[in-house]
Structures are given as C-alpha cells and as structure tokens.
Design a binder for this molecule. Structure first.
Ligand code: PRP
Ligand code: URA
Ligand code: MG
Length: 210
C-alpha cells in the first residue's frame, strides 16, 4: 500500500454512500448498505496482500497454484461503529482473526476514552486492518493505532467510510506508515467535530441510538 490515502471511487461504493448520507435513510437500510460497502472496501484494502504458491491436484492435473502468504489477517474493529464494517469484511475474509478496541469520543473534549482492548496473538506477524467508519479529528484512530503498535502490530492499514482532511493530516503526522483507505474525503469538520457534509453519527445511525 504505497499511498497514504486511497479514495475508493468505485461507482457502487459512491452510489451506496450517497444513500447512507441521506438523513431520511432508515437504520435498517443504513446498516445493510454499510455491510455491502464493506465488501467492496475489503476487496480494495486486500489488493496487495503477499502471495505464495502451493502444489495442488486439480481433477485434471497437478499445478502450482497461488495462495495467500503468512498468518491469517487481523481485523480490528474500533467499537462501536467499527462493527458495521467488520461484519461485511468477515464475509469476504471469514478466516480472519478479530480484535476489538473500545473507544468513545468525549463530546466536550473530542478526546477518546478507552474502555476495552482485546486483540489476536502474533499481531507482529499479521497484516492488521483497523476499521472504523469515521475518521474525524483522528484522535480515536491515532489512539487505536498507538495501542495496536504497543501490542506488536507492524503492518497496519486503516479502513474507513468517511475521512475529514483534519483527521487524515493527524494520522499522517502520528502514523505515516499506516495507509488510509476511505470511500470519501469530505470537506471539513464543524465546530462540534462532525464531518461535513458527512452522514451524522455513524454509531447512532447504525444502531438506532440517540
Ligand atoms: O476522529 P475522531 O474525532 O476521534 O472521531 C471518530 C470517532 O467517533 C465515532 O465514534 P464514537 O466516539 O461516536 O463512538 P461509537 O462508535 O461508540 O458511536 C467514530 O466511530 C470514531 O470512532
Ligand atoms: O461526523 C462524525 C464524526 C465522528 N463520529 C461520527 O460518527 N460522525
Ligand atoms: Mg467509535
């Protein structure tokens, strides 16, 4: 993953994202679309995984066939909204190992508050994909990646749905080695730290809270 920021321009991703942004879209539709988009984003974020070959027997003959190299991927969901991306990704990569980083943003300070951390073993030997639909100030993702690096992760990617320029800059400064894959780079943050134009609060829209 050479570029620090990749925006996935695929027409299906963009079409589905537009429906998710609309304020009248229901919780059920929002959740379903996030699941569908996450399949397409999972395809993109895994496009450069290391490969090897193994000898297999087809019904016709023996062949040296391509297969993924190394340990199983680790998917890390940044709770709680990260679970919306995680579900779809697991459909495409069912053998992935899964970890959780529990963080919520303090609404007054916009600083992340940690409440949970559990990740797979041998993190240092895996490609680690951290998922969270929203990259706003970047405080949550920077904190989550700090924790993952402390736990040994070396090859980390960050997958989101919407990114703000402020969050991308913060991530680049704190974790220049972590590429960001997103469906859209929006304009800015508002005074409350929400992405503009954005889609509102991803966790609330996904789970029907608030
Ligand atoms: O880049 P930041 O400014 O840190 O904002 C982004 C974070 O905010 C949202 O989570 P939230 O705190 O609302 O928690 P939730 O997932 O439990 O809803 C979102 O899912 C990110 O984790
Ligand atoms: O716009 C935003 C910013 C942070 N978290 C969200 O869910 N939405
Ligand atoms: Mg969160």
């Amino acid at each position: 993953m050479p570029d620090h920021l990749t925006v996935v321009e695929h027409p299906l991703v963009q079409h589905k994202l537009t429906i998710m942004r609309e304020k009248e879209t229901s919780t059920a539709v929002f959740r379903q679309l996030l699941r569908e988009i996450s399949l397409l984003l999972a395809y993109e974020v895994t496009g450069d995984l290391a490969m090897t070959t193994k000898v297999i027997d087809t019904p016709i003959t023996e062949m040296d066939a391509p297969t993924l190299k190394g340990r199983k991927l680790a998917l890390i969901s940044i709770l709680r909204a990260g679970n919306g991306l995680l579900d779809g990704m697991l459909e495409l990569i069912p053998s992935a190992r899964v970890g959780f980083v529990g963080l919520y943003r303090d609404e007054a300070t916009l600083e992340p508050v940690q409440y949970y951390f559990k990740v797979p073993e041998y993190l240092d030997e895996r490609v680690v994909i951290a998922v969270d639909p929203m990259l706003a100030t970047g405080n949550s993702s920077v904190a989550a990646i700090d924790l993952l690096k402390k736990a040994g992760a070396k090859d980390i990617r960050f997958l989101c749905l919407l990114a703000a320029p402020e969050g991308v800059a913060r991530m680049k400064e704190a974790h220049p080695d972590v590429p960001i894959i997103t469906a859209a780079l929006d304009k800015k943050l508002n005074e409350k730290g929400y992405i503009v134009p954005g889609l509102g609060d991803a966790g609330d829209r996904m789970f029907g809270t608030k």
